[in-house]
Ligand binder design. Structure first.
Ligand code: THG
Length: 374
């Protein structure tokens, strides 16, 4: 019996979007999708998360991360609006630079944690995680009476991740890729079309992100990378849960919500407390800084059999007291235990703290708090 394409079950429409690469991923046997920013994110290809994990650490993968939508902010007040949206100091940012920027509201609650690309002094992209930043930006621009245009351009990032990523990208975009430093980008040509290529991506294995700027070129870009990667063992992939948890890469909507502030999410290094810098949520964030956060993201490891998927949160306990909650958990074949990301209460967040948890079942498991990355 011929297998139904999984995507057919999702009823893709103008509202629930496929991507320029979707036909290739369907042909390669995609088995699971997530939805991010109203766009499909291919998550599995019939192999286990463990197989994908080892492959990512050894070879190179193409990830359809078109769901990392760009919120484009352009115009005379673009720099002002971007700075109002984040506590990170963007005043010295250079054209060609990427910056990981927490976005916060008036209570210092996290709105999103995008990668900011500075394309020109008056032109920025916010490469967003899963929340509707465009509407927030539009509201702020109107409220602050700023002269900016805000749009979602036809840009669909393709991530090339893994130790062989540079070799593969160089074959398609030329040797100039080797000069791109971490969290920097260059405009390189693909078949005569200039495209932004950044050394970045949602893994700790190194790699690049290509910001495809014309949906019509999606299949030829995919095909060029696929053909060039044949002898490099190129495979389709996606952000890998094991790798992400071990690497301490947080996911908006999972580890981070609007209930959390940047200090709880261990994003203090991306916050500026210099009184001369203005942004929305500044006084709330300064107050949290002065009082100190009451909970904070930590790694957690625990024993027992490989845990089931954590589809919501699992409470953590210390001597029958609430100690925090795990938001993502999975078995690590490299560390030979379950690994998790959690939010720990201050009294229990020290590295080495022993905890117990139930993974949505009756089994009580022993674990402890560990440093990130693991
Ligand atoms: N790439 C792009 N857009 C994205 C993501 C991405 N948008 C959504 C999501 N991922 C945002 N989350 C993160 C989290 C961490 C990082 C990038 C995006 C990251 N951080 C670097 C680190 O932790 O070492 C540091 C960045 C810095 O020094 O500024 O890579 O993956 N386009």
């Amino acid at each position: 019996m011929k297998k139904q394409p999984v995507l057919a079950k999702l009823a893709v429409s103008r509202r629930l979007r496929s991507t320029p690469y979707t036909p290739r991923l369907e042909a390669l046997g995609v088995s699971d999708y997530s939805i991010v920013n109203h766009t499909v994110l291919p998550k599995g290809f019939g192999r286990s998360t463990q197989e994908d994990y080892w492959h990512l650490r050894e070879h190179v993968q193409l990830w359809d991360v078109s769901c990392q939508r760009q919120v484009e902010i352009k115009g005379p007040d673009a720099a002002r609006l971007v700075q109002m949206m984040t506590p990170r100091d963007c005043r010295e940012a250079q054209v060609g630079q990427c910056l990981y920027v927490p976005l916060i509201d008036d209570k210092a609650g996290l709105i999103n944690d995008p990668v900011l690309l500075k394309l020109a002094e008056d032109h920025y992209w916010l490469s967003i995680a899963d929340s509707d930043v465009l509407l927030w930006a539009k509201g702020l621009a109107i409220g602050l009476n700023l002269s900016v245009q805000i749009d979602e351009p036809d840009v669909s990032p393709l991530a090339v991740q893994g130790p062989k990523a540079e070799q593969l990208i160089a074959r398609v975009f030329g040797d100039a890729v080797s000069e791109i430093r971490f969290f920097r980008f260059s405009e390189l040509e693909f078949n005569g079309h200039p495209m932004i290529v950044a050394r970045s991506g949602y893994s700790r294995q190194g790699g690049f992100e290509i910001y495809l700027n014309d949906s019509k070129l999606g299949l030829s870009l995919w095909d060029a990378l696929w053909a060039a990667g044949e002898d490099l063992d190129v495979a389709p992939g996606s952000p890998n849960l094991i790798e992400r948890v071990e690497g301490g890469l947080l996911s908006y909507g999972n580890e981070i919500t609007r209930e959390n502030n940047p200090l709880e999410c261990a994003l203090e290094q991306y916050c500026c407390f210099d009184s001369s810098l203005d942004y929305i949520g500044k006084s709330a964030l300064h107050a949290i800084k002065n009082a100190g956060p009451v909970r904070q993201v930590r790694g957690v490891v625990f024993g027992g059999d490989p845990c089931p998927p954590c589809s919501s949160t699992w409470p953590l306990q210390v001597e029958e007291q609430y100690a925090g909650a795990v938001s993502t958990a999975i078995w690590s074949p490299r560390l030979n235990c379950n690994v998790a990301l959690g939010m720990l209460e201050k009294a229990h967040w020290d590295i080495g703290q022993a905890i117990t948890l139930h993974c949505g079942d009756d089994v009580l498991r022993d674990g402890r708090v560990v440093e990130l990355p693991m």
